[in-house]
Design a protein around this ligand. Structure first.
Ligand code: AMP
Ligand code: MG
Length: 343
């Protein structure tokens, strides 16, 4: 059965529609909703059976924990045991927003939500529809991205429908998401803030508030956290990344002609400044090279568009890893998978 789709204007929210979605949520239903990062697939986080449905719909492994979404800061203190001062400072500055904090959980949080971990990931989103929906629900909402596990995250209601039709009850369609990549996930370890996943809040901004902030390495200390699946966010096409240097466009063209000679259909995901050079191929613009924010909003969307065009391989230009560029490159590398180093 197709999910019901409720179109919601983020500037003039129809509370009656949201209340219908809330009733379905309380009936153990699954409701996809927009956040400022990507669309989430929500279930009542306090109901283990409801939350179990998320894993089933997404085909998500049962050892990949969910993020719990709240509508006011006070809820954090019910879900977690202790909030270290540095984390509190980050929350004071970046909530509501694309920052997720991982802290020791209380008994209120069902084990299935954290996949048996003693810690829970919590976020207060700033998207107006998400906030109102959680507030009206009156319970925290467990919500990973609303895609089939491993696919690019959804930034429109249509992406959600493509992946999950027949498996979920409602989609709240609030238009395109603002940021386009997921939240920054942090934990507190040995007196320091550690970034488990780069995302919507820049590391540089975290550092200006919390001092020494380290990035968990993508290979080692990420057991039980977002980096443990080396391939993720992937379109059906193979993704190849070409390094961000002065010969980038030459190298892209060399690879593209080579792959074409093998009979492959090639798509190129390019910086705006280079797009013209790739006219002989299917080319999509990621964004201007000095505008990583725009690249972030477009990344997953463009990967899905290339899939719709049935290309065999996507050659993507790497961008600078400053600011949210770090999150863009983290997702691109995961989309490319472990075997693929930079060219
Ligand atoms: P998604 O919303 O699909 O991006 O998935 C949420 C991400 O948050 C997952 O990849 C998790 O690994 C991460 N996460 C959730 N809970 C925890 C936790 N307790 N410790 C570390 N990472 C977590
Ligand atoms: Mg996800």
């Amino acid at each position: 059965m197709k999910p019901r789709i409720f179109k919601i204007d983020p500037y003039n929210i129809d509370h009656d529609l949201l209340k219908q979605a809330v009733a379905i949520l309380h009936n153990r239903g699954l409701v996809a909703f927009p956040t400022e990062t990507v669309y989430g697939l929500g279930a009542n986080a306090l109901d283990p059976r409801a939350s179990a449905g998320i894993f089933e719909a997404k085909e998500r492994p049962l050892d990949d924990p969910l993020i719990v979404h709240i509508s006011e800061k006070d809820d954090l203190y019910r879900l977690t045991k202790e909030v270290p001062t540095k984390i509190q400072k980050l929350i004071d500055l970046f909530w509501p927003g694309p920052l997720t904090v991982v802290l020791e959980k209380t008994d209120l949080v069902p084990d299935i939500v954290t996949t048996g971990l003693m810690t829970v990931a919590v976020r207060m989103p700033r998207n107006s529809i998400a906030r109102k929906f959680i507030e009206l629900a009156g319970v925290p909402i467990a919500a990973p991205s609303a895609n089939i596990f491993g696919r690019p995250s959804p930034t429109t209601a249509k992406h959600v429908l493509n992946d999950l039709k027949g498996k979920i009850d409602v989609i709240l369609d609030g238009g395109r998401t603002e940021i386009g990549v997921e939240s920054t996930v942090v934990k507190f370890q040995d007196g320091k803030v550690v970034v488990l996943r780069p995302g919507g809040v820049d590391i540089e901004d975290l550092q200006s508030v919390a001092g020494d902030v380290t990035l968990a390495s993508e290979t080692s200390d990420l057991a039980n956290s977002p980096g443990k699946y080396p391939q993720h966010y992937s379109p059906s096409a193979k993704v190849v990344i070409v390094g961000n240097d002065s010969r980038q466009s030459e190298k892209v063209l060399l690879s593209a002609w080579e792959m074409k000679s093998y009979g492959l259909s090639v798509g190129i995901l390019a910086k705006q400044e280079h797009a013209d050079k790739y006219r002989k191929f299917k080319v999509k613009v990621l964004g201007p090279q000095n505008d990583a924010r725009t690249c972030a909003t477009r990344l997953f969307h463009m990967l899905r568009e290339f899939d719709a065009k049935n290309v065999d391989v996507i050659i993507s230009e790497a961008i600078s890893e400053k600011g949210i560029g770090l999150a863009v490159m983290n997702r691109l590398r995961k989309a490319a998978g472990p075997a693929d180093a930079l060219r």
